[in-house]
Design a binder for this molecule. Structure first.
Ligand code: PLP
Length: 313
């Protein structure tokens, strides 16, 4: 845990109020309802070796979610692609974590009516970050299935709309740390596994891969993993996954744009199967990273910078 009181702001570039600024100088208005009320949707994409991974799938999700929240991002897909590519290019990053945020913004006159608000678009690129560090990816994570808190009900906050409602997961993390675990996954009210802070969950049970069908963000890494399972003809069930089944699984892993497929080898203090990183987990992770230069799943940053020297090179 850090003892410094000075915030660490990574190298990067932000897009705020129509301008590109160094990430360390980016500021957002305190009165933006995105901050005051969590009235916002966002998406996170990564760039690996100068290529965006599955940008189309991220854009499908982002623009659908903007619509669902009655927001207006005031940008089309090409315009947004240019903004994100500019953020990466100006940050001089080969591997990047790229976020786009659409907030309710603020009304232009005194009003509490969300329809009066002028929505805002923010974006930034910063160095690629991992949901599990190198050691954890090597030996597998120690995961806690939270008991003190459940995931916000999908009938209250739609988890398929990527959102800032993370207090349940943050409280779950504190429970995990109290038990010397490294990360947490939350269950729904019926004891079925949902998701964790920034990731989906998969479990290999009796030769079939399972991942929860509801109460979760439909992660792009989850989508990729499902497609990879189909490619290698591994049966995949998108279904209800009780916590008991995950504890007794042969292999467990988490999926996230921040790091792909990360193994879980300990759950609630007990080893998953023999406590080693599973073969299927390893194979899927290799396939996942192999896909990063496949043009069907990735786009060169340079190709999204119209008119730039890079684009014409
Ligand atoms: N679930 C939640 C709550 C998330 O916030 C995220 C990503 O941040 C995920 C799942 C994984 O989604 P993706 O694979 O699109 O990164």
């Amino acid at each position: 845990m850090s003892t410094s009181t000075k915030p660490f702001i990574p190298n990067g570039t932000a897009y705020v109020d129509g301008d590109y600024v160094p990430l360390s100088e980016a500021r957002l208005p305190l009165m933006d309802w995105g901050f005051l009320h969590g009235d916002v949707t966002y998406d996170v994409i990564h760039v690996w070796k100068n290529r965006f991974f599955r940008l189309d799938a991220h854009f499908d999700r982002f623009f659908r979610n903007v619509d669902r929240l009655h927001l207006d991002a005031d940008v089309d897909r090409d315009g947004l692609a240019t903004i994100l590519a500019e953020c990466v290019h100006r940050s001089d990053l080969e591997d990047a974590f790229v976020e786009v945020i659409c907030t309710r913004g603020m009304p232009s006159q005194p009003s509490r009516d969300p329809r009066d608000a002028v929505n805002q678009l923010y974006a930034f690129a910063m160095p690629f970050g991992w949901v599990a560090n190198e050691e954890q990816r090597e030996r597998g994570l120690r995961l806690r299935i939270a008991q003190s808190v459940t995931r916000i009900s999908p009938s209250a906050v739609d988890p398929t709309v990527k959102n800032f409602h993370w207090l349940d997961m943050i409280m779950g993390l504190y429970e995990a740390y109290d038990h010397d675990d490294e990360n947490v996954v939350l269950c729904d009210e019926d004891g079925n596994v949902t998701e964790g802070p920034g990731f989906n969950v998969f479990a290999l049970i009796d030769g079939r891969m399972k991942t929860p069908d509801s109460g979760v963000l439909e992660g792009i890494t989850r989508k990729s993993t499902i497609e990879l399972c189909e490619m290698i003809q591994l049966p995949i069930d998108v279904t209800t996954v009780p916590a008991e089944q995950v504890r007794a699984a042969d292999e467990v892993f988490i999926t996230s744009t921040a790091g792909g497929i990360a193994p879980v080898t300990v759950i609630d203090g007990s080893p998953v199967a023999d406590g080693k990183v599973g073969d299927v987990t390893q194979r899927l992770n290799e396939l996942y990273w192999d896909k990063h230069d496949d043009p069907a799943w990735s786009t060169a940053v340079a190709d999204l910078l119209p008119g730039s020297e890079l684009a014409s090179a």
